[in-house]
Design a protein around this ligand. Structure first.
Ligand code: UT7
Length: 337
């Protein structure tokens, strides 16, 4: 069989979130905010915060270990590692290389990071799927891992209440079964809107200096209102485009797993698609926005809760800094069933 015709599916998924919970009540002692404001404007009640020395590569390794265990696979079975993150452990080498060493993956496999912010997991899933279809890899590990707490300005109430830390990992496998796993996707970006959500220092354009530190330029800055408006539009459009591409009607989709940024964004997307909120499982209330980790965290929870079942159509949809966006339609496949 032509490897381009292979179906690529998520064989197993694992997640990890730091133990430490930061509640809205605690935040209201740090900045001028309230539980009521945060909950009503975003849907978030608490978020997880990584401890010192608990980095994306550590959280990603724990999530991947769970996925490997669930798949009944060993570290040496992984042929390719892709990590989506906007908060890499260090500027270089890649978090993927650090993770390769921590997980004890084979030393001859390709490992690289993808920088697509909150859309990173959807981007990485597609890159991994397409590389599997080349026929060169049997198992691809895709990880979204973030430590947003390290780039958030804890004195800026407009952003610090929204973000959290965590990681999720998926193992991709190929099968000859037709029309299962990843059925189609759309990805997009608009760099003219880069300044809506960005961090201006710490890269080669503005390396760390006493001035950049003094001016708080290493922190994430966001035009929340504008991001909100664009997020609703691109997420709804991405869903419609991937459904049209795959010839599937929204009624046939069992579960929509959106990037967990703001419950009001999800409600607006659901409304535009004319789909009830009961088909949008969410865990934003307990994790906040974990960027590239948010979709795998929500997907794993919906699967573990017994919502997602063999044969279900599941639509993942994300947007984030860049701006970037993407949607993936998949048919959940459990080969043992
Ligand atoms: O992964 C992508 C990441 N980004 C996003 O998803 C963010 C998208 N945007 C949003 O989620 C929303 O725009 C926010 C949650 C960030 C803000 O909600 P909003 O309804 O757009 O509020 P706003 O920015 O219009 O602010 C309303 C008021 C302002 O006060 P004034 O000017 O009306 O007096 C803010 O200063 O709320 C104030 N405010 C707060 N008050 C209490 C802003 N942040 C807070 C806060 N606590 N944490």
């Amino acid at each position: 069989m032509n490897s381009a015709e292979l179906s690529v599916f998520i064989r197993a998924i694992g997640v990890h979130a730091p133990e430490r919970k930061l509640t809205n009540a605690e935040l209201s002692l740090m900045v001028e905010t309230s539980d009521d404001w945060i909950k009503s404007r975003s849907g978030i009640s608490e978020r997880r915060i990584a401890g010192p020395g608990e980095n994306p590569s550590d959280m990603g390794a724990k999530a991947a270990a769970k996925a490997l265990e669930r798949a009944g696979l060993k570290a040496e079975d992984i042929d390719l590692l892709i990590v989506a993150t906007m908060t890499p452990d260090v500027p270089f080498p890649s978090t993927a290389c650090l993770l390769q060493a921590k997980l004890g993956l084979r030393r001859d496999i390709p490992c690289f990071d993808i920088s697509a912010a909150c859309s990173g997991f959807v981007y990485a899933l597609q890159v991994g799927t397409d590389m599997m279809r080349s026929g060169a890899y049997r198992h691809v590990l895709v990880i979204g891992a973030e430590k947003l707490s390290s780039v958030v300005d804890w004195q800026d109430r407009t952003t610090c209440v929204l973000f959290g830390d965590g990681a999720g990992a998926a193992i991709l496998e190929a099968t000859n079964v037709k029309r299962v796993g990843i059925l189609g996707n759309v990805l997009g970006a608009d760099g003219t809107n880069a300044e809506l959500l960005h961090c201006v220092a710490g890269g080669s354009a503005s390396p760390a200096s006493a001035e950049t530190l003094r001016d708080g330029k290493h922190f994430l800055r966001m035009n929340g209102k504008e991001v909100f408006r664009l997020a609703v539009r691109v997420m709804a459009e991405s869903c419609e485009r991937v459904l049209a591409k795959c010839g599937v009607d929204s009624d046939q989709v069992a579960w929509f797993i959106p990037h967990q940024a703001n419950i009001r964004i999800v409600e607006a997307v659901a409304n535009q698609l004319n789909v009830g909120m009961e088909r949008f499982p969410f865990n934003l209330d307990r994790y906040g926005n974990t960027s590239a980790a948010s979709i795998p965290l929500a997907l794993e929870e919906a699967w573990r809760d017994g919502k997602i079942k063999h044969g279900d159509l599941v639509l993942l949809v994300a947007f984030g800094a860049g701006l970037t966006w993407g949607a993936t339609l998949l048919r959940w496949h459990e080969p043992t069933l």
